[in-house]
Design a binder for this molecule. Structure first.
Ligand code: HPA
Length: 273
C-alpha cells in the first residue's frame, strides 16, 4: 500500500466514525482530559483506526475525538506518537495528514517542555514562535506527497502570526503568563545533558522537548495554520542543581492545566478561519 493509500484509509475511517472538523488540537502530557469540554463528542481509540500506531507512554491515552466547542467542529488527539517510542516519523505524523485530508484548517499543538531560558519558570506557558530541529530527522524525507504540498516547503513562518497574536490577546485578557520563544526538538527518550542544554541556549533555544516539531513540519507542508504552546514543566537539565524526573514533569504539568485550558478555550472561541 502506498503512503497516500494508508493516509486515505485512515481518513475514510475517521470521516465515517467521527466526522470532520475545522480545528484540531493535539493534547500533550497531562492535558488529555481537555477533550471532555467537547459536546456531542465522538471518540475512537487509536487502535481502531486503520494504520494508526498505538501510544505507549503512560499518561497518553490514545484516543481521537471530534465534537463541538463554541460552535466550532473540533478534533482532539488525546495522546500522540513520539519518535522515541520507536515509530517512524510517517507514523508520528500520520494523524496530522489525516486531519489535513479531513479539511482541518488550523492545528493547535501542545506539549510539555523543559525551560532553557533561565528567565522562564516551571508552570509557565510558552507560545512557540519558531523551532530548532536537533533530531537529525525530518518527516518529509522520501518521496514528496504532492497532494499535500511542495518538495521544499517554506518554514520561515511555521507558526501562524495571527493565531499567535490571538493567543497573546487571550493570555493578557485572562491574566495568564504566556512567554514566547523557540522550541528545540531532541529525540529523547533520555532528557538532555547539561552540555546539550547550554548548546541549545547558545544556538537560540528557549525550551526543549521531544515532540511537536515533526507535526509542525507536516502541518505546514499541508498548508495548515499552526499554533504551538508549551507548558514549561521544569528547568532544563543542569540549570538547577537537581536531577530531572518524569514525575516532576507530570506534577508541574497538572498545576498549569487550568491556565492551559483557559488559553485554549479563548483561542478556539476567538479563532477566525
Ligand atoms: N526535556 C525534554 N523534554 C521534556 C522536558 C525536558 O526537560 N520536560 C518536559 N518534556
Amino acid at each position: 500500500m502506498s503512503e497516500m493509500e494508508r493516509i486515505d484509509r485512515a481518513a475514510d475511517y475517521v470521516r465515517d466514525v467521527l466526522g470532520t472538523a475545522e480545528i484540531a488540537i493535539v493534547l500533550g502530557s497531562g492535558l488529555g482530559d481537555y477533550a471532555e469540554v467537547l459536546t456531542d463528542a465522538q471518540v475512537a481509540p487509536y487502535h481502531d483506526i486503520p494504520g494508526f500506531p498505538e501510544s505507549t507512554v503512560p499518561g497518553h491515552a490514545g484516543e481521537l475525538y471530534t465534537g463541538n466547542l463554541y460552535g466550532r467542529r473540533v478534533m482532539m488527539m488525546r495522546g500522540r506518537f513520539h519518535s522515541y517510542e520507536g515509530y517512524p516519523l510517517s507514523d508520528v505524523t500520520l494523524p496530522i495528514r489525516v486531519m489535513a485530508r479531513l479539511g482541518v484548517k488550523a492545528l493547535i499543538l501542545t506539549n510539555a517542555a523543559g525551560a532553557v531560558n533561565t528567565g522562564f519558570a516551571p508552570g509557565e506557558l510558552m507560545l512557540i514562535d519558531d523551532y530548532i530541529n536537533f533530531s537529525g530527522q525530518n518527516p518529509l524525507r522520501g518521496e514528496n506527497l504532492e497532494a499535500f504540498g511542495p518538495r521544499f516547503p517554506d518554514m520561515s513562518r511555521a507558526y501562524d502570526r495571527e493565531l499567535r497574536a490571538l493567543a497573546l490577546d487571550v493570555a493578557e485578557r485572562e491574566n495568564i503568563t504566556l512567554r514566547q520563544g523557540v522550541y528545540a526538538w531532541f529525540n529523547g527518550p533520555c532528557y538532555e545533558t547539561p552540555a546539550e542544554i547550554r548548546m541549545a541556549r547558545v544556538l537560540g533555544a528557549d525550551a526543549v522537548g521531544m515532540s511537536t516539531v515533526p507535526e509542525t513540519i507536516v502541518a505546514v507542508h499541508s498548508g495548515l495554520r499552526v499554533l504551538g504552546v508549551s507548558c514549561l514543566t521544569n528547568m532544563a537539565a543542569g540549570i538547577l542543581d537537581q536531577p530531572l524526573s518524569h514525575q516532576e514533569v507530570v506534577e508541574t504539568g497538572a498545576k498549569a492545566r487550568a491556565s492551559f485550558r483557559r488559553l485554549l478555550d479563548g483561542v478556539v472561541q476567538g479563532m477566525e478561519l
